[in-house]
Design a protein around this ligand. Structure first.
Ligand code: LLP
Length: 428
């Protein structure tokens, strides 16, 4: 019986019907560490990164891992040691980069709501660039930097106004989005930035959305951005770098066919070269495409609950561990960690968690042949799962394991219930 093609293959694959992460049998990990359990493949992360590195070979390029996708310290270490910078969106993320030993000069700070405190913290740390998202933020940043007798390196996030053709909650580069500034205001705002005493204009950036599986939105965004670079430089403001953001999608299912980072960037570079900007420093901020298919979440089937209209498969992972289905109706493949030796007829289930919400589903209408006590792997769980996990229903966050070959590292201990309320105070 041929096993199905899995997202995350070959780093997550069946050997004699048992699911492995690299050279480690999943059931051995859950025996020692319990469920729900996030399991990551370091080789999968480095291989995803290598695709970008090949795409930018021979260029002055900086890959800044968008750590909001997965900010676990050991994951940051993997990318820091491989030479990546980081795209951060809070003072908290900056502290994580520091704790993981990342190069602060390669940190860029995105986000629409940076506080003065975060600005001071990032200036003190000597980060590489602030990706500023509004005119008001430019004024405040200049004031904060000038008060410290510093000049903040800035890039302005511009909305190229192209449709990334993805879920509306993760489209960001369109008019009407809270992110960035409008394309038509860019030149005026760059001139304003260049006049402020506490700023040094160093670049321009955009980010059009996430889980983009087509090449056209990128090609359009590059054109729109390069038009602006030409206009800004014609006005006498030199830009050292162009940052094209993140957004490249992954194959959650066989229907998703995103381009490889390498081929996408080779195509985009042809355009960038043709327009004469190939010698600038080029930056990207990938998140999901570096980690999404480098992780899975393994869960145990607690109960099977047949019903008149629906059958439910109740598992021990929930929307607090895997929030993407509830938030974006996202699809994650769900497969057994041990496949039956003989093909068995399956039953269609909604796979749901124990949280008291009807929205707490992980997969709808999935054909499974399972029994209580079996384990299932929720695939493509490396991005925007643990980093978005919560303690809703006072559920401790899951443990995390990073595998490399046959080596196993526990990178996060399972949270105890007590630790979920350790900062709370009883009334006198
Ligand atoms: N740069 C900026 C400025 C961003 O806002 C983001 C993601 C990225 C880079 C990285 O994008 P990526 O390469 O990962 O697509 N929670 C949602 C995704 C939210 C993305 C937010 N911004 C999800 O689970 O689909």
């Amino acid at each position: 019986m041929t096993p199905p093609i899995l997202p995350g293959q070959p780093y997550f694959a069946y050997r004699d019907n048992a699911l492995f992460a690299e050279d480690v049998r999943i059931s051995e990990l859950t025996r020692s560490h319990g469920t729900p359990l996030f399991i990551y493949s370091k080789t999968a992360m480095l291989s995803a990164l290598a695709s970008y590195q090949r795409g930018f070979a021979g260029r002055d390029a900086q890959i800044c891992y968008a750590m909001k996708a997965n900010s676990s310290l050991a994951v940051l270490q993997v990318f820091a040691r491989a030479g990546c910078g980081f795209d951060i969106v809070s003072g908290g993320e900056l502290e994580r980069v520091q704790a993981a030993g990342g190069d602060l000069k390669k940190v860029i700070f995105s986000g629409v709501g940076k506080t003065r405190l975060e600005m001071r913290q990032a200036l003190g740390a000597g980060i590489g660039c602030f990706n500023v998202e509004s005119e008001a933020e430019l004024d405040v940043l200049s004031e904060v930097a000038a008060s410290l007798k510093l000049r903040a390196p800035v890039s302005i996030r511009v909305n190229p106004n192209v449709d990334p053709k993805t879920h509306p909650y993760i489209s960001t580069g369109l008019k009407g989005s809270k992110f960035g500034i409008a394309h038509e205001d860019a030149l005026r705002i760059y001139q304003h930035a260049a006049s402020l005493p506490g700023l040094e204009v160093v670049g321009i950036d955009c980010h059009i959305g996430s889980q983009i599986t087509e090449t056209t939105p990128y090609l359009d965004a590059v054109d729109r951005m390069l038009d602006l670079v030409a206009a800004i430089e014609a006005a006498g403001i030199f830009l050292k770098h162009i940052d094209f953001g993140g957004g490249l999608g992954i194959n959650y299912s066989a229907d998703d066919m995103p381009p490889e980072a390498e081929s996408l960037w080779k195509q985009l570079l042809v355009k960038i070269d043709a327009r004469g900007y190939g010698n600038k420093k080029l930056m990207v901020e990938p998140g999901r495409s570096l980690v999404g298919n480098a992780g899975i979440c393994v869960t145990e089937v607690l109960y099977l609950k047949p019903g008149e209209q629906k059958n439910f498969c109740v598992i021990d992972a929930a929307m607090n561990d895997l929030p993407r289905p509830a938030m974006y109706q996202a699809f994650h493949a769900i497969v057994p960690t041990q496949r039956p030796a003989e093909e068995k007829a399956g039953i269609t289930y909604d796979v749901v968690g124990p949280v008291c919400e009807s929205g707490d589903w992980i997969g709808c209408d999935r054909l499974l042949s399972v029994a209580a006590g079996d384990q299932l792997a929720v695939m493509s769980a490396g991005a925007y799962c643990m980093s978005m996990a919560s303690n809703y229903n006072t559920r401790g966050r899951a443990a995390e394991i990073l595998v490399e070959g046959a080596e196993v590292h526990v990178i996060r201990l399972r949270e105890t219930s007590a630790s979920t309320f350790q900062n709370e105070k009883l009334l006198p």
